[in-house]
Design a protein around this ligand. Structure first.
Ligand SMILES: [Zn+2]
Length: 369
Protein backbone atom coordinates (compact mmCIF):
# COMPACT_ATOMS: atom_id res chain seq x y z
CA UNK A 1 0.00 0.00 0.00
CA UNK A 2 2.76 2.36 1.04
CA UNK A 3 4.64 1.61 -2.01
CA UNK A 4 1.37 1.84 -3.73
CA UNK A 5 0.61 5.25 -2.18
CA UNK A 6 4.03 6.52 -3.11
CA UNK A 7 3.58 5.16 -6.41
CA UNK A 8 0.22 6.91 -6.61
CA UNK A 9 1.69 10.15 -5.25
CA UNK A 10 4.55 9.94 -7.63
CA UNK A 11 2.10 9.10 -10.30
CA UNK A 12 -0.07 12.09 -9.36
CA UNK A 13 2.92 14.39 -9.15
CA UNK A 14 4.13 13.21 -12.46
CA UNK A 15 0.65 13.76 -13.91
CA UNK A 16 0.52 17.27 -12.40
CA UNK A 17 3.98 18.10 -13.71
CA UNK A 18 3.10 16.67 -17.06
CA UNK A 19 -0.17 18.67 -17.13
CA UNK A 20 1.64 21.86 -16.15
CA UNK A 21 4.22 21.29 -18.81
CA UNK A 22 1.55 20.69 -21.40
CA UNK A 23 -0.48 23.71 -20.38
CA UNK A 24 2.69 25.79 -20.33
CA UNK A 25 3.69 24.51 -23.73
CA UNK A 26 0.23 25.24 -25.09
CA UNK A 27 0.37 28.73 -23.62
CA UNK A 28 3.78 29.26 -25.17
CA UNK A 29 2.46 27.98 -28.46
CA UNK A 30 -0.61 30.19 -28.20
CA UNK A 31 1.65 33.18 -27.74
CA UNK A 32 4.39 32.16 -30.11
CA UNK A 33 2.40 30.87 -33.07
CA UNK A 34 0.51 34.10 -33.76
CA UNK A 35 3.78 35.99 -33.37
CA UNK A 36 5.50 33.69 -35.81
CA UNK A 37 2.63 33.50 -38.28
CA UNK A 38 0.89 36.84 -37.97
CA UNK A 39 3.33 39.47 -36.73
CA UNK A 40 4.14 42.03 -39.37
CA UNK A 41 7.70 41.65 -40.57
CA UNK A 42 9.88 43.71 -42.86
CA UNK A 43 8.84 43.76 -46.53
CA UNK A 44 11.44 43.85 -49.29
CA UNK A 45 10.72 44.70 -52.91
CA UNK A 46 13.42 45.26 -55.51
CA UNK A 47 16.14 45.32 -52.85
CA UNK A 48 14.35 48.01 -50.78
CA UNK A 49 13.11 47.04 -47.31
CA UNK A 50 10.37 48.74 -45.28
CA UNK A 51 10.27 47.85 -41.60
CA UNK A 52 6.84 47.46 -39.95
CA UNK A 53 5.21 50.86 -39.45
CA UNK A 54 7.41 52.61 -42.03
CA UNK A 55 7.46 53.69 -45.68
CA UNK A 56 10.26 53.05 -48.15
CA UNK A 57 10.57 53.84 -51.85
CA UNK A 58 12.83 52.68 -54.63
CA UNK A 59 13.00 51.68 -58.25
CA UNK A 60 12.61 48.34 -59.91
CA UNK A 61 15.28 48.02 -62.53
CA UNK A 62 14.35 46.61 -65.91
CA UNK A 63 17.83 45.89 -67.24
CA UNK A 64 18.86 46.60 -70.79
CA UNK A 65 19.56 43.59 -72.91
CA UNK A 66 21.50 43.25 -76.14
CA UNK A 67 20.77 46.43 -78.03
CA UNK A 68 17.54 47.22 -76.19
CA UNK A 69 17.26 49.91 -73.53
CA UNK A 70 16.19 49.26 -69.97
CA UNK A 71 14.00 51.39 -67.72
CA UNK A 72 13.05 51.89 -64.10
CA UNK A 73 9.75 51.54 -62.25
CA UNK A 74 9.35 53.77 -59.16
CA UNK A 75 7.53 52.14 -56.27
CA UNK A 76 6.67 52.66 -52.61
CA UNK A 77 6.16 50.13 -49.85
CA UNK A 78 3.84 51.29 -47.06
CA UNK A 79 4.42 48.60 -44.49
CA UNK A 80 1.80 48.65 -41.78
CA UNK A 81 2.50 48.35 -38.09
CA UNK A 82 0.10 45.41 -37.84
CA UNK A 83 -0.27 42.17 -39.77
CA UNK A 84 -2.53 41.91 -42.82
CA UNK A 85 -2.61 41.31 -46.55
CA UNK A 86 -0.47 42.86 -49.28
CA UNK A 87 -2.43 45.17 -51.58
CA UNK A 88 -0.74 46.28 -54.80
CA UNK A 89 -1.82 49.52 -56.51
CA UNK A 90 -0.50 50.11 -60.01
CA UNK A 91 -0.63 53.37 -61.96
CA UNK A 92 0.80 54.50 -65.26
CA UNK A 93 0.51 51.25 -67.21
CA UNK A 94 -0.60 53.73 -69.85
CA UNK A 95 1.73 56.68 -69.39
CA UNK A 96 -0.67 59.49 -70.35
CA UNK A 97 -3.32 58.45 -67.79
CA UNK A 98 -2.64 60.99 -65.07
CA UNK A 99 -5.31 60.82 -62.30
CA UNK A 100 -4.09 57.37 -61.16
CA UNK A 101 -0.48 58.59 -61.04
CA UNK A 102 -1.47 61.73 -59.11
CA UNK A 103 -3.77 59.80 -56.76
CA UNK A 104 -0.86 57.56 -55.75
CA UNK A 105 1.28 60.65 -55.10
CA UNK A 106 -1.37 61.71 -52.57
CA UNK A 107 -1.96 58.25 -51.14
CA UNK A 108 1.75 57.86 -50.49
CA UNK A 109 1.40 60.77 -48.08
CA UNK A 110 -1.96 59.92 -46.58
CA UNK A 111 -1.82 56.16 -45.93
CA UNK A 112 -0.26 56.13 -42.48
CA UNK A 113 1.71 52.92 -41.88
CA UNK A 114 1.07 53.29 -38.15
CA UNK A 115 -2.66 52.84 -38.80
CA UNK A 116 -2.29 50.14 -41.42
CA UNK A 117 -2.63 46.37 -41.10
CA UNK A 118 -0.67 44.71 -43.87
CA UNK A 119 1.24 46.30 -46.70
CA UNK A 120 0.45 48.53 -49.65
CA UNK A 121 2.83 48.34 -52.59
CA UNK A 122 2.37 51.30 -54.94
CA UNK A 123 3.73 51.32 -58.47
CA UNK A 124 3.83 55.02 -59.28
CA UNK A 125 4.54 54.83 -63.02
CA UNK A 126 4.53 51.32 -64.44
CA UNK A 127 5.35 52.36 -67.99
CA UNK A 128 8.08 54.99 -67.75
CA UNK A 129 8.91 55.09 -71.50
CA UNK A 130 5.25 55.84 -72.28
CA UNK A 131 5.00 58.44 -69.50
CA UNK A 132 8.15 60.31 -70.53
CA UNK A 133 7.16 60.42 -74.20
CA UNK A 134 3.45 60.99 -73.43
CA UNK A 135 2.27 58.18 -75.68
CA UNK A 136 -1.27 56.83 -75.95
CA UNK A 137 -1.80 53.03 -75.82
CA UNK A 138 1.65 52.07 -77.09
CA UNK A 139 5.24 52.16 -75.89
CA UNK A 140 7.38 54.64 -77.82
CA UNK A 141 10.15 52.04 -77.90
CA UNK A 142 8.60 48.76 -79.05
CA UNK A 143 5.15 49.94 -80.17
CA UNK A 144 3.40 47.46 -77.82
CA UNK A 145 0.53 48.02 -75.40
CA UNK A 146 1.92 47.08 -71.96
CA UNK A 147 -1.52 45.92 -70.87
CA UNK A 148 -1.55 43.27 -73.62
CA UNK A 149 1.78 41.54 -73.02
CA UNK A 150 1.45 40.02 -69.54
CA UNK A 151 2.93 38.07 -67.84
CA UNK A 152 5.87 39.30 -69.92
CA UNK A 153 9.27 37.82 -70.68
CA UNK A 154 12.68 38.37 -69.09
CA UNK A 155 14.31 38.42 -72.54
CA UNK A 156 11.53 40.20 -74.45
CA UNK A 157 11.05 43.74 -75.72
CA UNK A 158 10.90 46.64 -73.28
CA UNK A 159 7.14 46.30 -72.65
CA UNK A 160 7.47 42.55 -72.15
CA UNK A 161 10.34 43.06 -69.70
CA UNK A 162 8.37 45.69 -67.76
CA UNK A 163 5.46 43.23 -67.56
CA UNK A 164 7.83 40.51 -66.37
CA UNK A 165 9.26 42.73 -63.61
CA UNK A 166 5.75 43.73 -62.47
CA UNK A 167 4.65 40.08 -62.47
CA UNK A 168 7.60 38.85 -60.41
CA UNK A 169 8.16 41.76 -58.04
CA UNK A 170 4.64 43.10 -57.51
CA UNK A 171 1.82 40.81 -58.68
CA UNK A 172 3.27 37.59 -57.26
CA UNK A 173 3.97 39.39 -53.96
CA UNK A 174 0.42 40.71 -53.59
CA UNK A 175 -2.70 39.17 -52.05
CA UNK A 176 -4.98 41.62 -53.91
CA UNK A 177 -4.44 44.22 -56.61
CA UNK A 178 -6.08 47.29 -58.10
CA UNK A 179 -4.79 48.47 -61.49
CA UNK A 180 -5.61 52.16 -61.77
CA UNK A 181 -6.48 53.51 -65.21
CA UNK A 182 -8.52 56.23 -66.84
CA UNK A 183 -9.50 56.98 -70.38
CA UNK A 184 -6.27 57.36 -72.32
CA UNK A 185 -5.37 60.87 -73.53
CA UNK A 186 -7.73 60.52 -76.51
CA UNK A 187 -10.64 58.94 -74.61
CA UNK A 188 -13.58 60.79 -73.04
CA UNK A 189 -14.68 58.33 -70.36
CA UNK A 190 -17.28 58.06 -67.62
CA UNK A 191 -15.90 56.31 -64.50
CA UNK A 192 -16.33 52.55 -64.27
CA UNK A 193 -14.76 49.40 -62.87
CA UNK A 194 -14.10 46.05 -64.51
CA UNK A 195 -15.09 43.08 -62.38
CA UNK A 196 -13.40 40.08 -63.96
CA UNK A 197 -15.19 36.82 -63.24
CA UNK A 198 -12.74 34.25 -64.61
CA UNK A 199 -11.07 33.43 -61.27
CA UNK A 200 -12.06 30.67 -58.86
CA UNK A 201 -15.45 31.28 -57.18
CA UNK A 202 -13.66 32.60 -54.09
CA UNK A 203 -11.37 34.93 -56.03
CA UNK A 204 -14.26 36.07 -58.18
CA UNK A 205 -16.47 36.84 -55.20
CA UNK A 206 -13.69 38.75 -53.44
CA UNK A 207 -13.16 40.67 -56.67
CA UNK A 208 -16.85 41.51 -56.71
CA UNK A 209 -16.68 42.78 -53.14
CA UNK A 210 -13.61 44.85 -53.98
CA UNK A 211 -15.46 46.33 -56.98
CA UNK A 212 -18.33 47.38 -54.71
CA UNK A 213 -15.88 48.66 -52.08
CA UNK A 214 -14.16 50.92 -54.62
CA UNK A 215 -17.29 53.03 -54.78
CA UNK A 216 -17.76 53.62 -58.53
CA UNK A 217 -21.32 52.59 -59.33
CA UNK A 218 -20.84 51.42 -62.95
CA UNK A 219 -19.32 47.93 -62.87
CA UNK A 220 -18.58 46.12 -66.13
CA UNK A 221 -18.90 42.36 -65.66
CA UNK A 222 -16.05 40.98 -67.73
CA UNK A 223 -16.19 37.23 -68.31
CA UNK A 224 -14.02 37.01 -71.41
CA UNK A 225 -10.47 37.35 -70.16
CA UNK A 226 -7.91 34.58 -70.81
CA UNK A 227 -7.61 31.89 -68.12
CA UNK A 228 -4.04 30.72 -68.82
CA UNK A 229 -1.64 32.25 -66.24
CA UNK A 230 1.17 32.00 -68.80
CA UNK A 231 -0.81 33.98 -71.37
CA UNK A 232 -2.72 36.29 -69.04
CA UNK A 233 -2.39 39.31 -71.42
CA UNK A 234 -3.68 41.91 -68.91
CA UNK A 235 -2.13 43.02 -65.63
CA UNK A 236 -5.15 42.27 -63.46
CA UNK A 237 -5.71 39.00 -65.24
CA UNK A 238 -2.17 38.00 -64.28
CA UNK A 239 -3.16 38.41 -60.64
CA UNK A 240 -6.51 36.66 -61.01
CA UNK A 241 -5.04 33.64 -62.81
CA UNK A 242 -2.60 33.39 -59.89
CA UNK A 243 -5.41 33.25 -57.34
CA UNK A 244 -5.51 36.90 -56.27
CA UNK A 245 -8.59 39.13 -56.57
CA UNK A 246 -7.94 42.16 -58.76
CA UNK A 247 -9.77 45.11 -60.28
CA UNK A 248 -9.18 47.45 -63.16
CA UNK A 249 -10.68 50.86 -62.47
CA UNK A 250 -11.16 53.78 -64.85
CA UNK A 251 -11.46 57.36 -63.58
CA UNK A 252 -10.66 60.36 -65.76
CA UNK A 253 -9.36 60.76 -69.31
CA UNK A 254 -8.41 63.08 -72.18
CA UNK A 255 -4.98 63.73 -70.65
CA UNK A 256 -6.61 65.74 -67.83
CA UNK A 257 -5.55 65.89 -64.18
CA UNK A 258 -8.90 66.93 -62.73
CA UNK A 259 -9.55 66.92 -59.01
CA UNK A 260 -12.75 64.89 -59.25
CA UNK A 261 -11.06 61.96 -61.01
CA UNK A 262 -8.13 61.95 -58.59
CA UNK A 263 -10.35 62.18 -55.50
CA UNK A 264 -12.52 59.33 -56.80
CA UNK A 265 -9.46 57.07 -56.87
CA UNK A 266 -8.36 58.12 -53.38
CA UNK A 267 -11.82 57.34 -52.09
CA UNK A 268 -11.85 54.00 -53.91
CA UNK A 269 -8.56 52.87 -52.43
CA UNK A 270 -9.82 53.84 -48.96
CA UNK A 271 -12.88 51.67 -49.56
CA UNK A 272 -10.75 48.69 -50.61
CA UNK A 273 -8.48 49.12 -47.56
CA UNK A 274 -11.57 48.94 -45.38
CA UNK A 275 -12.92 45.88 -47.21
CA UNK A 276 -9.57 44.08 -46.81
CA UNK A 277 -9.58 45.03 -43.08
CA UNK A 278 -6.32 46.89 -43.56
CA UNK A 279 -7.91 49.94 -41.93
CA UNK A 280 -10.81 49.87 -39.48
CA UNK A 281 -12.81 52.59 -41.20
CA UNK A 282 -13.40 53.87 -44.70
CA UNK A 283 -16.14 54.86 -47.11
CA UNK A 284 -19.14 52.61 -47.62
CA UNK A 285 -19.40 50.27 -50.62
CA UNK A 286 -21.69 51.14 -53.53
CA UNK A 287 -25.28 50.87 -52.35
CA UNK A 288 -26.88 50.69 -55.81
CA UNK A 289 -24.43 49.25 -58.33
CA UNK A 290 -25.18 49.45 -62.04
CA UNK A 291 -23.96 46.18 -63.49
CA UNK A 292 -22.97 46.32 -67.15
CA UNK A 293 -23.60 42.84 -68.46
CA UNK A 294 -22.88 43.25 -72.14
CA UNK A 295 -20.25 45.64 -73.39
CA UNK A 296 -18.52 46.14 -76.70
CA UNK A 297 -15.59 48.20 -77.88
CA UNK A 298 -16.41 49.64 -81.30
CA UNK A 299 -13.27 49.68 -83.42
CA UNK A 300 -12.67 52.19 -86.16
CA UNK A 301 -13.41 50.93 -89.67
CA UNK A 302 -11.26 53.65 -91.25
CA UNK A 303 -8.28 55.95 -90.80
CA UNK A 304 -8.90 59.68 -90.81
CA UNK A 305 -10.68 62.36 -88.79
CA UNK A 306 -13.28 61.33 -86.22
CA UNK A 307 -16.32 63.47 -85.42
CA UNK A 308 -18.17 62.19 -82.34
CA UNK A 309 -21.96 62.50 -82.25
CA UNK A 310 -22.35 61.48 -78.60
CA UNK A 311 -20.69 62.24 -75.30
CA UNK A 312 -19.53 60.00 -72.50
CA UNK A 313 -22.37 58.88 -70.28
CA UNK A 314 -25.00 59.31 -73.00
CA UNK A 315 -27.67 56.66 -73.24
CA UNK A 316 -28.10 55.44 -76.81
CA UNK A 317 -30.61 53.25 -78.63
CA UNK A 318 -29.46 50.45 -80.91
CA UNK A 319 -28.43 52.03 -84.21
CA UNK A 320 -27.73 55.50 -82.76
CA UNK A 321 -24.98 57.33 -84.62
CA UNK A 322 -21.86 57.36 -82.40
CA UNK A 323 -19.84 59.42 -84.86
CA UNK A 324 -18.41 59.51 -88.36
CA UNK A 325 -14.98 59.44 -89.92
CA UNK A 326 -13.86 61.52 -92.87
CA UNK A 327 -10.74 61.43 -94.99
CA UNK A 328 -8.35 64.36 -94.89
CA UNK A 329 -10.40 66.25 -97.50
CA UNK A 330 -13.70 66.02 -95.64
CA UNK A 331 -15.32 63.11 -97.46
CA UNK A 332 -17.21 60.78 -95.12
CA UNK A 333 -15.61 57.35 -95.05
CA UNK A 334 -17.71 55.64 -92.42
CA UNK A 335 -20.43 56.04 -89.83
CA UNK A 336 -20.23 54.21 -86.51
CA UNK A 337 -23.51 53.19 -84.89
CA UNK A 338 -24.38 51.61 -81.55
CA UNK A 339 -24.78 47.83 -81.99
CA UNK A 340 -27.30 47.69 -79.14
CA UNK A 341 -28.95 50.02 -76.66
CA UNK A 342 -26.73 51.08 -73.80
CA UNK A 343 -24.55 53.74 -72.27
CA UNK A 344 -21.48 55.36 -73.78
CA UNK A 345 -18.74 54.37 -71.31
CA UNK A 346 -16.16 56.11 -73.43
CA UNK A 347 -15.90 57.74 -76.82
CA UNK A 348 -12.81 59.06 -78.57
CA UNK A 349 -12.60 62.79 -77.88
CA UNK A 350 -9.85 63.82 -80.29
CA UNK A 351 -9.89 63.76 -84.11
CA UNK A 352 -7.10 61.28 -84.85
CA UNK A 353 -8.30 57.79 -85.64
CA UNK A 354 -6.63 54.75 -87.14
CA UNK A 355 -8.37 51.75 -88.61
CA UNK A 356 -8.84 49.00 -86.02
CA UNK A 357 -8.37 51.23 -82.98
CA UNK A 358 -11.13 51.94 -80.46
CA UNK A 359 -13.80 54.54 -81.25
CA UNK A 360 -16.19 53.97 -78.37
CA UNK A 361 -17.19 51.52 -75.62
CA UNK A 362 -20.90 50.80 -75.24
CA UNK A 363 -22.29 48.98 -72.21
CA UNK A 364 -25.76 47.56 -71.60
CA UNK A 365 -27.16 47.42 -68.08
CA UNK A 366 -27.67 43.92 -66.76
CA UNK A 367 -31.09 43.14 -65.34
CA UNK A 368 -29.59 42.01 -62.05
CA UNK A 369 -26.17 41.93 -60.40
ZN1 LIG B 1 -5.22 52.52 -69.44
Amino acid sequence: MVAGRWSLVVGQRSLVVSRCWRVGALLLLALAVPCALFAQGPVTVGGVTAQPGTIASGQLTVPEIAGQPGTTIPFTIVNGAGPGPVLALTAGVHGAEYPPILALQRLRKTIDPKDLAGTVIMVHVANMPSYLKRTIYYSPIDGKNLNRVFPGRADGTISERIAYALTKDVIERADALVDLHCGDANESLRPYVYWETIGTPNVSERGRQMALAFGIDHIVVDSNRPTDPNASVYLTNTAITRGKPALTIESGGLGMSDEESIARIERGVAGVLRYLKMRPTGPDPVAHPIWIGRAQVLNSPATGIFYPAVERGHTVAGGTLIGHITDFFGKTLAEIRAPFAGEVLYVIGTPATSQGEPIAFIGERAKEG
